[in-house]
Design a protein around this ligand. Structure first.
Ligand code: 2P0
Length: 328
């Protein structure tokens, strides 16, 4: 009745931005991401040993919406395996929550794997991905390592909307993703609300969804060929289009800060000098630099020179997995 799982965060190169079903967390378009090591979240779930559900995230009791999302995921497991009783959940991440690395992705992936195992259910990456998705959309892409594609699916119940691995982490071990933390401020508009506003008010939204869907196959081809220039250019284009769509919402959503643009322009200068470095940008100000092993330290220096107060270095990581060391 007790299990512990570890999961890595992921960075989307073709972004997920906008839901067609808010309750089930079903997207309008498919997305593609790289699972990122070494950073990870570890989560222990135990059923039947407490009087009331209790959730502890990074040393503090979860409250409000945060706790409700975790309990809703546990309820989905309890519906599959009755008589489990109340649950204790303890979760800990080893990277800054404000890094823009979507700790919720790694968190809900680890929760999905641990909760199913604690309930005595077998490992099943599809079921885990669907469960993680219902906690936080991007979490469905952190069940497996390497490069994963979340196919949007068409079923109303979401049974065909889950992520699958396209390439294992061993496919491209030289790839590097460097997070330039230029701002630690809480973002003004959370992804969930920003997406909703964009879907409802941006006149560019249908074009965004169509284009993102069309970028999945070229992205897979670029990664298959380990073509950093092709995947870098595609990632930049996709990030710009996501942000352009959000900027066109009413009220507009601008996640960029001056230092974000400083990094973006510095990367363009590096490329003119023959060094392959590209950016992607989630719903926040902290760019992620895509480069290779040979240029990783230069990317770190560039990030610092542009005002990054912290730099987090990652590379393709492995699957979410069960571990023996419980957190309680
Ligand atoms: C992504 N983001 O593909 C995109 C790019 C942010 C920008 O997935 O509402 O925390 O829980 O499904 O997964 C962040 O949104 O949102 C996100 P919910 P989530 O990584």
């Amino acid at each position: 009745m007790k299990a512990t799982a570890l999961a890595h965060p992921n960075i989307a190169l073709v972004k997920y931005w906008g839901k067609r079903d808010e309750a089930r967390i079903l997207p309008h378009q498919s997305s593609l991401s790289v699972t990122l090591a070494p950073m990870h979240v570890t989560t222990t779930v135990e059923f039947g040993a407490v009087e009331a559900d209790v959730v502890e995230l990074n040393g503090a009791t979860a409250k409000g919406g945060e706790a409700a999302r975790v309990l809703a995921a546990l309820d989905l497991v309890r519906a599959l395996a009755p008589k489990l009783g109340k649950a204790k959940v303890v979760s800990r991440g080893d990277f800054p929550a404000a890094a823009g690395l979507a700790s919720s992705a790694a968190g809900f992936a680890a929760l999905a794997v641990a909760a199913r195992a604690a309930a005595g259910l077998p490992r099943d990456v599809r079921a885990e991905s669907i469960l993680a998705r219902q906690g936080s959309g991007s979490a469905c892409r952190s069940i497996q390592g390497g490069v994963c594609v979340w196919k949007k699916g068409t079923a109303l119940d979401g049974s065909d909307s889950f992520a699958e691995q396209a390439f294992p982490d061993s496919h491209w071990p030289q790839l590097r993703l460097v997070v330039a933390m230029v701002s630690r401020e809480e973002k003004e508009v959370k992804s969930r609300d920003g997406m909703r506003t964009t879907v409802e008010t941006s006149p560019y939204y249908p074009a965004w969804a169509r284009n993102a869907e069309a970028e999945i196959q070229p992205a897979l081809a670029a990664i298959a060929a380990r073509d950093l220039q092709a995947i870098g250019e595609l990632s930049e284009r996709n990030a710009w289009r996501m942000h352009a769509t959000a900027l066109a919402a009413d009220p507009p959503l601008c996640y960029l800060k001056p230092a974000t643009l400083a990094v973006i322009h510095a990367l363009a200068a590096e490329r003119r000098a023959g060094r392959p470095m590209y950016f992607t940008l989630d719903a926040g100000p902290n760019p992620v630099i895509l480069t290779d092993e040979a240029n990783e330290l230069r990317a770190v220096e560039l990030a610092r020179a542009c005002g990054a107060t912290e730099v987090v270095r990652g590379q393709p990581g492995g699957d979410a997995r069960l571990v023996d060391a419980h957190l309680f």
